[in-house]
Design a protein around this ligand. Structure first.
Ligand code: ZN
Length: 426
């Protein structure tokens, strides 16, 4: 696929930012550049993947594929025929990102789940979870320049546990360096595709969603400041491109207030569907050989099939019976008189592709306020920790300039971004 030599395509990601927040900030003056783009362009609510987490959502965004095709179902997975945890990275992505198939120079900055960085025609700086700077930058000759900018791969979230002021300071420094990096590469490379993702938004909302909702909150202004700063960069970028160019802004999932973390494995333990070998720590590697099912983050339920796992118990012939039992259990779960689970999907309902065998047997989407977790050692069935915000599946946003509303449709999904961008190339 070839882009006209005089055309540029720019994709800006705002990790986790919900549609309603963009709408509100564009109306109340916090994001005036966003407001201008909304009035000139196409602004839609969009849908994340299921589950609605960044590793899966960005993998679907950059490939245009279903998790069953690209093979990324979460931040964690299991090694084949084992209960041993692995952390899939960019090398585990089974489909090529679209920029590899576009015959042009690209600059890719901070896309989650693209670590370690790959050599491409252009520049690739990987995003969350990037561990080592030496494996995060391609070409590596750029590393000294990034170091001079005080470039940071990610916000140091551990600071929030120490002091929110330290966290906010780190968040702002990370954003400033990201902006310096974009300006430098924008000016110094002859790119045609530019992709930049801001991930501090997601971290900020996990810790301080309550500061967004409460106008009297100590950190309310700091919260808005982060969005103002991003808005001014968006204004700068939209000034820098011409009418022939394409600009797409998007989030990979939405956000809302978190009331309770809910521990789904705890529920399975209480119902005698999950247990551990005597005396062993409650962990996946120690599950006993009469376990029926277990959960991985955030709400991925796996049946302990005898032909799939070393201490498997369930016969394939009992699949329908077990699925229906689990569906009943999860759909009945209530906390403070509210149903915890909104939707339950079997693998055939939402996944397709070559890697569907690795997909969870059931995937759960929570109702408002409930954050699903797979932790085994828990204070009970639910609790409230340091986080005040959580992801949502169906309130992400998409905002486009230079793309027809027909190409975008009424209810775009993150996996449509590829075809939406490609509709402007042909
Ligand atoms: Zn997040």
């Amino acid at each position: 696929m070839k882009i006209d030599t005089d055309k540029k395509i720019v994709l800006i990601g705002l990790d986790g930012v919900p549609y309603n927040m963009i709408e509100e900030f564009s109306q109340d003056g916090t994001m005036p550049n966003m407001a201008k783009l909304i009035s000139d362009g196409v602004f839609r609510k969009s849908e994340s993947t299921i589950p609605e987490i960044s590793s899966v959502a960005w993998s679907s965004t950059i490939t245009g594929k279903n998790p069953g095709e690209h093979g990324i179902f979460g931040f964690t997975d299991l090694h084949k025929n084992s209960y041993q945890l692995k952390f899939p990275n960019f090398n585990d992505l089974k489909e090529e990102p679209f920029w590899q198939q576009w015959d042009c120079e690209s600059v890719i900055i901070n896309v989650p789940s693209t670590y370690p960085s790959h050599e491409i025609n252009g520049v690739h700086i990987s995003g969350f979870v990037s561990i080592d700077i030496n494996k995060s930058v391609s070409p590596s000759s750029l590393i000294p320049t990034l170091m001079d900018m005080d470039y940071r791969l990610d916000v140091d979230s551990s600071k929030a546990h120490e002091s929110m002021d330290l966290f906010l300071e780190d968040l702002d420094k990370t954003l400033s360096a990201r902006i310096d990096c974009y300006r430098y590469l924008w000016a110094n490379r002859s790119w045609q595709f530019f992709m930049l993702v801001f991930t501090g938004t997601d971290r900020l909302m996990h810790f301080l969603y309550e500061a967004y909702e409460d106008k009297n909150h100590k950190y309310h202004d700091k919260f808005l400041e982060h969005f103002r700063k991003i808005d001014s960069v968006i204004g700068e970028i939209s000034e820098r491109i011409s009418d022939k160019d394409t600009l797409l802004l998007m989030s990979d999932h939405g956000f809302e207030r978190l009331d309770y973390d809910v521990y789904l494995n705890r529920l399975l333990i209480d119902e005698n569907l999950l247990s551990f070998t005597a005396g062993a720590n409650p962990s996946l590697e120690n599950i006993s050989n009469d376990t029926i099912a277990f959960v991985m983050d955030p709400g991925r339920v796996y049946i302990n099939y005898s032909d799939k796992y070393p201490r498997g118990y369930v016969d394939r012939g009992d699949k329908d019976k077990i699925i229906s039992k689990l569906k009943t259990l999860f759909s009945k779960l209530k906390i403070s008189n509210k149903n915890v689970i909104r939707d339950i999907y079997t693998k055939d309902e939402i996944f397709f592709g070559k890697y569907i065998d690795d997909a969870p047997d059931l995937t759960l989407v929570a109702n408002e306020g409930f954050n699903l977790k797979a932790m085994m050692k828990t204070p009970g069935l639910y609790s409230k920790g340091i986080f005040t915000g959580k992801h949502t599946q169906d309130t992400a946003f998409l905002l486009a300039k230079g793309i027809s509303s027909d190409a975008i449709g009424e209810k775009p999904k993150v996996s449509d971004v590829r075809s939406i961008l490609e509709s402007t190339i042909k």
